[in-house]
Every structure is written in C-alpha cells, then in structure tokens.
Write a protein that binds this ligand. Structure first.
Ligand code: FAD
Ligand code: NAP
Length: 583
C-alpha cells in the first residue's frame, strides 16, 4: 500500500473557454507571487495547483523534521515592507508548518485564493500560433487560454520514487518525503526503513529514531552534513533586521548565493593546517550552509576542498562511536558537490542501539518483500518504508505536462539532450511561455524566494512592456539562447559542483542526460544580465506585433533589482562569468 496526501477535489464545474492574460501553473511561492505581481500591473490570471492548497514544497513535504536551511529571516518574500514587519518567525530555521502558515498568510493577506483552482493538475499546454494564445487543459476538464503561460511548477516538485521490485508485495505503507500524508504518522513501536541519505532523510532520521523500535537506513551515497545549531529566534537579532530589512536584502543580493552569511574570501591552502583547523571549527560552530564561507575557494579548488572534506569526516568519526559505521558515513567525494545537508543530531543517531546503517552502494536494494527490504539476500524487517529518494529535479514537473510550442515542437523533444533556455526564463520556439526559476538560472543555487521574486518581477514587467507597445509575442532568439546555454555550461565547468553525480546534473534519475542545470555564475551577475537585457529592449529576444518601442521599457516591479549592489564576495565562477574584475 502506498499512502499519499489526500487531493480529493471539492466538486466544481470545469472552466471552459475563459481567456486570461496569464495562466499560471503552481501555487508555491513562485505562483503566489506571480499572481500578485500580475494583479498589481492590471493583468488577469488563473492559477492551477495540483495540491489542495497553497505552499508548494511546504504543502507537500510534511515529513518529520522538515524545515528550511536558509535562515528564516532571509527565507521570506521581500516585495512588501509591511509583510516583512508583521510576520515573526519562531526559530532560526523555520519548521515546515510555520513556512506553510506563512504561505497561507500571504495568500489570505493579498486575497490570492479566489484566482486559484486547487486539486487541479495541468496536463497540456499548447501554443495556438494563429491566436497567439496558450491553450491549457487540466485533469478536471478545464480548457482555458492565456496570452502567457507561466510555469511556476517548482524545481523540486516531482517526487522520484524508484521502481523497486516487489513494491506491491510489501504489506505496510510506503511513503515518499515529498508526498507526505496530512495525518501525523506515528512510528511508535514500528520497524522503519528509510531509503536515502539526502537532506530530507538527514532531517527526518533523528526524529523518526526517537519513536521507532527499529530504524534501518539504506545508504547508497553518504552525504556531508553540518549541524544547524537551530535555536529559538533571537528577538534582538530580529529587531535589528526589521529595523533595516532593505539593508539585509541588499546584502543578500550582493552574494553569489543570494543570501547573506559571513564569508572569508582567502584560499584555504594559504593558511597553515593549524589555522585551517581553527577556521573550520569556528565556521562549524556557526553551523549550516555558512560553513562553506570558511574559505573562498572550497568549491573551486580540489585540494582546498579536500581540507574541508577531511575536517567534516573527522567530525563524523568523532561523533559516531562504531568505527565501521563512521567510515560508512564518511563521503569520499567533493565536499558540497552534492547539496550540503544541514542537520540536528543526524550522526549522533547512529549511536542508538536500534538504528542500523545498510550500505547499498555496491549491492543495491534487491526488492521489497512482504515484511521488509531485501539487500544481498538479507531481509531487513520493516513495518513501514520511507523513500527519501529525492526528486526529478529542475525539469521533472515540466516533463509531466505536454507542452507544445510553435510548429508542433514539444518541450520534451527540445530538451531531450538537456534543458535549453535563455536565462532560465523562456525557451526558443515557445513564445510567451515563462518558467520561474527555470534551468539556466541561479534557482536552486540561490536562496529560492529571492530567485523567484527576481524572475517574477522581470516577467511581469516584460508583459507590461508588450502591452505598452501592443505586441503579441516574445521568445528568445536562437542565437541568444545558444550563447546563453554555452555560457551556463562553461561557467559550470569552473565549479567542483559539476564533478559528481548529483541531482544538479540529473544523475539521480536513470537515463537523464548529464547536464549541469542551474546557473552557477552567481546571483548578482545573473540579475545584472537580466537587467541589461530588459534595458536594451529585451535584447536577444524576438518580439512580434506592435509598434517599435519609442523608449526603453518602463522599469516597474524590477525597479528594486535595478539598484547597484555591492558584490562583496567574488567567486571564481563569477570571474568566469567575465563580468567582475579579478581581485
Ligand atoms: P514549489 O514550491 O515546488 O511549487 C510548485 C507547485 O506547482 C507545487 O505545489 C506543485 O503541486 C505545482 N505543480 C507542479 N506541476 C503542476 C501541474 N502540472 N499542474 C498543477 N500544479 C502543478 N529552498 C531554499 O531556498 N531554502 C530552503 O531552506 C529550502 N528547503 C527546501 C526543503 C525541501 C524539503 C525541499 C523539497 C525544497 C526546499 N527548498 C529550499 C527549495 C524550495 O522548493 C523553494 O524554496 C521554493 O519553495 C520553491 O517554490 P516554487 O513555487 O518555485 O515551487
Ligand atoms: P536527494 O538529495 O536527491 O537525496 C535522495 C537520496 O535517495 C540520496 O541519498 C540518493 O542516493 C537516495 N536514492 C535515490 N534513489 C535510490 C535508490 N534507488 N536506492 C537507494 N538510494 C536511493 O533528495 P532530498 O533529500 O529529498 O533533497 C533534495 C533537495 O531538496 C535537497 O538537495 C535540497 O535542495 C532540498 N531540501 C532541502 C532541505 C533543507 O534542509 N531545507 C531538506 C530537504 C530537501 P544517491 O545520492 O546515491 O543518488
């Protein structure tokens, strides 16, 4: 039996024939803000959301321990100063229920729900060239059209549930962390199997272990994890931030990652081993992703990286008492190559007598049996199996929609060898189709709400410009797109992140082409490029219909991204992006 969240739709008549300025797919942080931004500019929009409510990631991922790993004060919208002031987070890293409550608060405060159709999955989107309209169909029988179709489908929204043989034979529930039931799952006295050791597993394992009578973790590749040192919100820090929230947002935008933390630009090998040890200890003490700020070249120089990797391995060895288990938990790949994990008590959990680690890297999971998981002929008993097996990232939710652009070209066909976009915003051959945090943009390498807002503002302003000049369509030209894709690939090669088999390169899903999908040149460089393109009248894009623009496009919502930012950390990837001086 497989349990997933209830999506039983309340009954409503199918919508037929309505024409909107935009049809938005998804009501996570991307779709919600897109709707709000379009309304501000006087556009009509319909949002379709597969889930029963708003929140996207935070609606679906309700597993125990789910929380953000960007500090709460930074993981929030910045488009409304009053919203900044009125919301208060309870912890340094907000738990999933609180982030979901925030998404609900935003939806209510800005009266967004009335334009959203929940429990409705968009199945096809087809561009009608004669009418210059997107025809959208859903699994509830809706057929509507939009001048624009905006994909806010999320980068980590299509759960990867490997097709383990014997799935139907297993008598207990099989859950995926990204499709978690709405009812509380009680593990008391249960034998639990967790498959996977990525961020979702690493967050949930310590909590499940508190209840389970036996916990077996199936590990294919160990991951590096840094303690979160989560704590109740420091109210003094919150007051300081709220006294100058725009100041914090500006500092965030000056960072390659789009979020702010202390960063030391010096190279790791420029320090003595003793100095490095002290530095790593200090940054480990700060916890979480900011550990990567210990030295400036950790993701660019393999020897430098190895010093951080060995420090982290020694931490694991110092925590996990059983040496063989400790060694099994020690990754031998590049530190931070796969998405760095952030935990609370993860490694300590393996000191508990009822917690077992099973290595499935050499001998994969053979099958599910009636009462457990079989590896190499041995059945590991389980009453419930949790697949913490991640997502078909970046492009997975696009693949579930039949998207057809000009001349019958499908997006699936065009992206067969890897996604091709211009700035991750749109793709040649698909006029008036926008994708929020699409492949080729910083997206998952940046603090994502920040990345979402910048995309939404650019798209909404673009639509307003087309309306100003009476244009019909916009799409990237083939040459601009080709140059952009080459650039994304070239910059990816500078970073060690492109070297391992992570979901960034699609390697977690068998058969996917190996392409580094997000843009790693740095958030501020990327934002500047988007601004330049806009200021030059959408340079590299083809606009059809309408009068030629008499003046540069009006900067409306993007005004806040047009302010110069102090780029205070320069990474080799940013240098490779050729837009910052080498210091
Ligand atoms: P999503 O939140 O994924 O929303 C997309 C929505 O589109 C979903 O609700 C989905 O149901 C809907 N949808 C998709 N296809 C269709 C369709 N065909 N029809 C109708 N609806 C559809 N990012 C950070 O920056 N910091 C973090 O700490 C962080 N933590 C994370 C923790 C987890 C467990 C996960 C999975 C991701 C995390 N992320 C984090 C990334 C997170 O996805 C983004 O921060 C952000 O929530 C994405 O918002 P979104 O609206 O772009 O996409
Ligand atoms: P993930 O990082 O892709 O991890 C999936 C895990 O499942 C990996 O350990 C993978 O092993 C394993 N796996 C997949 N298929 C398997 C199979 N057939 N047999 C055995 N093991 C298998 O997914 P995730 O943990 O859900 O995280 C995805 C992303 O979401 C994160 O990287 C992060 O960006 C975001 N996230 C953030 C947080 C947070 O802290 N805020 C929490 C959760 C998620 P391999 O490594 O060998 O493929």
């Amino acid at each position: 039996m497989t349990t997933s969240p209830s999506t039983a739709p309340s009954s409503r008549p199918a919508e037929d024939g309505t024409r909107y300025d935009a049809v938005i797919v998804g009501a996570g942080f991307g779709g919600l803000y897109m709707l709000h931004a379009l309304r501000r500019l006087g556009f009509s929009a319909r949002v379709f959301e597969a889930g029963d409510d708003v929140g996207g990631t935070w609606y679906w991922n309700r597993y125990p321990g789910a929380r953000c790993d960007i500090e709460s004060l930074q993981y929030s919208y910045s488009f409304d100063p009053d919203l900044d002031q009125e919301w208060s987070w309870s912890e340094r890293y907000a738990p999933q229920p609180e982030i979901l409550a925030y998404a609900n608060h935003v939806a209510d405060r800005f009266d967004l729900r009335r334009d959203i159709r929940f429990a409705t999955r968009v199945t096809t989107a087809r561009f009608d060239e004669d009418a210059a309209l997107w025809e959208i169909e859903t699994d509830r029988g809706d057929r509507v059209s939009g001048w624009f179709c905006i994909m806010a489908v999320g980068c980590l929204s299509n759960a990867n549930i490997p097709d383990f043989p014997g799935r139907d034979e297993f008598e207990g529930p099989v859950l995926h962390t990204g499709q978690w039931p709405h009812e509380e799952v009680d593990f008391t006295d249960m034998r639990v199997a967790v498959i996977g050791t990525g961020s979702s597993a690493i967050q949930s394992i310590p909590i499940i272990a508190r209840q389970a009578s036996r916990l077996t973790v199936f590990q294919r590749t160990p991951n590096y994890s840094v303690p979160a040192w989560n704590r109740p919100m420091d109210r003094e820090q919150e007051r300081e931030v709220k006294a100058d929230y725009p100041g914090l947002r500006a500092r965030m935008r000056g960072r390659p990652t789009g979020f702010f933390f202390p960063f030391n630009i010096d190279p790791a090998l420029g320090s003595t081993p003793e100095e490095r040890e002290r530095q790593y200890e200090e940054f480990w003490g700060r916890g979480g992703l900011p550990f990567l700020g210990a030295y400036g070249d950790l993701l660019f120089d393999a020897d430098a990286n190895e010093t951080a990797a060995e420090f982290a391995r020694n931490k694991i060895r110092s925590i996990v008492r059983e040496p063989a288990t400790a060694e099994l938990l020690c990754p031998d790949n590049v530190f931070g190559c796969k998405r760095l994990c952030v935990d609370t008590g993860y490694y300590e959990t393996y000191n508990l007598p009822h917690v077992h680690l099973v290595n499935v890297s050499d001998t994969p999971i053979e099958r599910f049996a009636r009462d457990g998981v079989v590896v190499d002929g041995t059945t590991w008993p389980a009453d419930i199996i949790i697949c913490a097996t991640g997502f078909a990232a970046m492009t997975g939710s696009f693949e579930r929609i039949g998207i057809t652009g000009r001349s019958g070209l499908t997006l699936a066909e065009k992206w067969r060898a890897g996604p091709r976009t211009c700035l991750g915003l749109s793709s040649h051959g698909f006029p008036n189709l926008f994708m929020i945090t699409g492949p080729g943009s910083p997206s998952v390498l940046a603090s994502m709400i920040q990345a979402i807002e910048q995309h939404v503002d650019w798209m909404a302003d673009c639509m307003a410009h087309l309306r100003d000049i009476g244009a019909r369509t916009i799409e990237p030209g083939a040459a601009a797109e080709d140059a952009g894709v080459d650039h994304v690939n070239e910059v990816a090669g500078v970073s060690l992140r492109s070297t391992c088999s992570s979901w960034y390169v699609g390697a977690n899903i068998p058969g996917r082409p190996r392409v580094f999908m997000p843009y790693i040149g740095g958030f501020p460089i990327y934002v500047n490029r988007c601004n330049e393109v806009m200021d030059a009248g959408y340079e590299g894009f083809i606009i059809t219909g309408g009068a030629p623009a008499a003046a540069p496009p009006e900067v409306r919502l993007t005004e806040r991204w047009h302010v110069p930012v102090d780029i205070d950390v320069i990474s080799p990837a940013m240098v490779a992006a050729r837009q910052v001086p080498v210091v």
